[in-house]
Design a protein around this ligand. Structure first.
Ligand SMILES: Cc1ncc(COP(=O)(O)O)c(C=O)c1O
Length: 388
């Protein structure tokens, strides 16, 4: 047998993949596990796609077509108060590719990348794949999963720490980072000469608060790389389109790396991306209104059935404590999958401090959410003594 690399063998097996497979095979399961909008891509984009298919058969430049980069520059200025030029933009196959490429371009083996814990499940494997060392700072439920900047300071090693990743609104907690905390993080980055990778995948899926980009703060242009995606705001997951905005030199390095990995992002998706950025807000507003309705219902019901859940400010996740039933989120998720036929993601998928929690995605039809919680309520009432 030809061998598989150690690098690959050491990668964690994503539970979410296994859960999705089980949920797809057993139609009686209600899946609240996926991080993908249940909405269709806005109709004008789908109609437009049909008209440009013949223009989309060639490779694009590695860092993206100029027309899209110009549209992104305008978007960043208007939505994010970030003033950059097309040479500061690299278009990518989803923001995940951009984040991975940025890590490949900044982290040497053994160097440290500081991340919140719990946080988006792709960060740790990506850091491992570039032979970096992930270093965690804990987010506490008592503190609404907000970042405590002192905890970042505690884990910085001036010689080895290269990058700090933040994510607002957060997957899996839904927490939105305030301007005040972003300012403190910015000071820490400058003092310690750290890159800040700001993952803003859910920037438009925000309910009561305002989204602030750390890249808009004074003096941060040389330190911040901002990552955006078309997957969530425009329900364009399948088109695989995202981008990074950052210092010119780093963006050039990332484009060089990207050339050898994906060659270029899909031309068709980029042309649709230009159109997406010109859409009126009503398309995203419809989704946000419905996510908010689901959020309000879901969080109320979860608390009623003793799965303590704070009200998330953004994204489409509820992160619930299971402490009234169990201290093992993997076992708990497995049990409710098999017995209550509801699929959720165990908190440990998001890092070790996710233990004791499960993540619900409310990118799920309202009536299915109602049904799922009814099933859970029935199951937990019956089984509350035998779940530990
Ligand atoms: C926080 C966060 N960042 C990045 C991504 C990657 O999204 P995409 O590659 O589709 O842009 C996701 C996907 O769920 C996410 O939740």
């Amino acid at each position: 047998m030809k061998h598989i690399s150690e690098r690959e063998l050491q990668l964690p097996e994503a539970q979410i993949g296994r859960l999705l497979k089980i949920a797809a095979e057993d139609k009686s399961i209600i899946s609240m596990s996926v991080g993908e909008p249940d909405f269709l891509t806005p109709k004008p984009l789908l109609s437009y796609a049909k008209t440009i298919i013949n223009k989309s058969t060639h490779y694009s430049p590695t860092s993206g077509i100029h027309e899209l980069k110009e549209a992104i520059v305008k978007k960043l200025k208007k939505d994010n108060k970030i003033n950059l030029s097309p040479e500061n933009i690299m278009v990518s196959c989803g923001s995940q590719q951009a984040i991975f490429t940025a890590l490949l371009s900044t982290v040497d083996p053994g160097e440290q990348v500081i991340i919140p814990n719990p946080s988006y499940l792709a960060y740790i494997p990506a850091i491992d794949l570039v032979n970096g060392t992930p270093i965690y700072f804990k987010l506490d439920q008592e503190n609404n999963f907000e970042i405590n900047p002192d905890k970042i300071k505690e884990v910085i090693d001036k010689k080895k720490s290269e990058v700090l990743i933040i994510n607002t609104p957060s997957n899996p907690t839904g927490t939105v980072i305030s301007k005040k905390i972003l300012e403190e993080i910015a000071d820490i980055a400058v003092e310690n000469d750290l890159y800040v990778f700001s993952d803003e995948a859910y920037e438009k899926l925000i309910y009561d608060k305002k989204h602030v980009s750390i890249g808009s703060l004074n003096g941060m242009q040389d330190y911040v790389v901002t990552f955006h995606t078309f997957s969530k705001s425009y329900a364009m997951c399948g088109f695989r389109l995202g981008f990074a905005a950052g210092p010119k030199k780093l963006i050039e390095a990332m484009s060089k790396v990207s050339h050898y990995v994906v060659l270029a992002p899909p031309t068709l998706s980029q042309l649709i991306g230009v159109k997406a950025l010109s859409l009126p807000n009503k398309y995203v507003n419809v989704m946000v209104k419905e996510y908010k309705r689901r959020r309000n219902f879901l969080v109320k019901r979860l608390n009623e059935i003793n799965l303590e859940t704070k009200m998330p400010d953004g994204a489409f996740y509820a992160f619930s404590s299971i402490k009234n039933y169990s201290n093992n989120s993997n076992n708990f998720a497995e049990k409710i999958l098999k017995k209550a036929k509801v699929a959720v993601v165990p908190g440990t998928e998001f890092g070790r401090y996710g233990e004791g929690f499960i993540r619900f995605s409310y990118a799920t039809n309202y009536s299915l959410i109602e049904k799922a919680i009814d099933r859970l309520e029935k199951f937990l009432k019956k089984k509350s003594n035998s779940l530990a």
